[in-house]
Design a protein around this ligand. Structure first.
Ligand SMILES: NC(=O)C1=CN([C@@H]2O[C@H](COP(=O)(O)OP(=O)(O)OC[C@H]3O[C@@H](n4cnc5c(N)ncnc54)[C@H](O)[C@@H]3O)[C@@H](O)[C@H]2O)C=CC1
Ligand SMILES: CC(=O)C(=O)O
Ligand SMILES: [Mg+2]
Length: 370
């Protein structure tokens, strides 16, 4: 199969969809890999490394997209990339469609088969292709939050660990999944006082057991969120209802109850964000202030640590890429009931229920297509 790796074009996105190591695995199985010139540079992978793995380097972006049966990306296609798609191609990338109606409609019109990393499941009920980037983003959320608390960023001037004689900051993490656990773990490591809120009791049990009471676990209700809003210096939004738009858990009116200069880091922004006042920002301008509260809402946080993130992403995606390349999308999805929910759009139809529901569209059961 002919596989293309375009250079990512989203603001400050330095990841690439495949490492040279991944390219070598695919080429060894008889597939052709074309990499756009410079695609791996931001992650520290030079064109030479891909060539040494047997890949072809192509400088002409149109030729990269045109030649491909399977296109591998990191971020959702930007509008100029949607125009490059051709009916019959397969696109495998993060899509987060419930947050972006125009992208959804563009992909419907393209006639392309679109498989999203973030809706593939595993036997344990996890999201194995979201998890590596959620691990990165969760860990980064505390770095970003700590920086945003500094006065120069509009923050309250609180240092997360405090110092001897001065209490540490209070950090609340809403959603105790992969992002939430990693954020909580980093905040604990820095000496903050940490509370995790989740709607899943089994998840709170896991956290309680793993951290032996070093973080507070709280069942997520409107009351619990009100309390977190009043007491916290930093709140991380880390909820997910797979494939669906994130619920708005903190409204604009609630910002008045927060301490001036406190910080909201909305990691769930790629699914539309879980705070009413969240709007997606970029690494170039990551924060803005509403009613005295600093908001950090970067939708591609792992792009800033592209070397680590690219390696972690390829480790997770490679077995699925190999299945797509060896068998074609239809057989690959038919053979694996956990791969099947990755299908979001096929040949003009939405195949993921929560995406269709977000925009009042019809959805088609993906099982009926394979
Ligand atoms: N901004 C960025 O760069 C990145 C964003 N993400 C996003 O972060 C979000 C979280 O991802 P994961 O941690 O992997 O998901 P996950 O599925 O591991 O965890 C989500 C958790 O939210 C909980 N939850 C759902 N509704 C809730 C509510 N009302 N109150 C409290 N908890 C609730 C669930 O029970 C679950 O434990 C997703 O939207 C994901 O796409 C992930 C990576 C990078
Ligand atoms: C998951 C996601 O949106 C990202 O890694 O950028
Ligand atoms: Mg987006």
């Amino acid at each position: 199969m002919q596989i293309a790796i375009p250079k990512e074009i989203k603001n400050h996105e330095y990841r690439v969809a495949l490492t040279p190591t991944g390219a070598r695995e695919l080429i060894g199985r008889g597939h052709g890999v074309t990499v756009q010139a410079g695609a791996g540079e931001g992650a520290g992978f030079a064109d030479d490394a891909y060539e040494a793995a047997g890949a072809r380097i192509e400088a002409d972006v149109a030729k990269v997209w045109d030649s491909a049966e399977l296109i591998l990306k990191v971020k959702e296609p930007q509008s100029e990339e949607v125009k490059r798609l051709k009916s019959g191609q397969t696109l495998f990338t993060y899509l987060h469609l419930a947050a972006e109606e125009s992208l959804t409609r563009g992909l419907i019109d393209s006639g392309v088969t679109c498989i999203a990393y973030e809706t593939i499941t595993d036997r344990q009920g996890g999201l194995p292709l979201l998890a590596p980037m959620s691990t990165v983003a969760g860990r980064m959320a505390i770095q970003a939050g700590a920086h945003s608390l500094e006065k120069a960023q509009g923050g309250s001037g609180v240092l997360l660990p405090g110092v001897p004689g001065v209490a540490p900051a209070r950090v609340a993490v809403i959603g105790g999944g992969v992002v939430g656990e990693n954020a909580a773990r980093m905040a604990l490591g820095l000496g903050a006082e940490v509370t995790v809120l989740d709607k899943s009791i089994p998840r709170l049990e896991v956290l309680d057991d793993r951290y032996q009471g070093r973080m507070k676990t709280v069942f997520s209700t409107a009351d619990a969120i009100d309390e977190a809003v009043r007491e916290s210096d930093l709140i991380v939004g880390a909820v997910l209802i797979p494939g669906a738009a994130a619920p708005k858990l903190i409204t604009r009116a609630m910002l008045a109850d927060m301490k001036p200069g406190s910080v909201l880091v909305d990691v769930a922004i790629d699914q539309g964000g879980c705070f009413e006042t969240s709007k997606a920002t970029t690494h170039a301008e990551p924060t803005y202030i509403v009613d005295g509260v600093v908001h950090y809402c970067v939708a591609n946080m792992p792009g800033a640590v592209a070397r680590t993130s690219t390696q972690a992403l390829t480790n997770a995606t490679l077995p699925y890429i190999i299945a797509l390349a060896d068998k074609g999308w239809k057989q690959a999805l038919a053979d694996d009931p956990h791969f099947l929910p990755g299908l979001n759009v096929h040949n003009g139809q939405v195949t993921y229920r929560a995406v269709a529901d977000a925009f009042g569209l019809e959805s088609v059961d993906p099982a009926s297509l394979v």
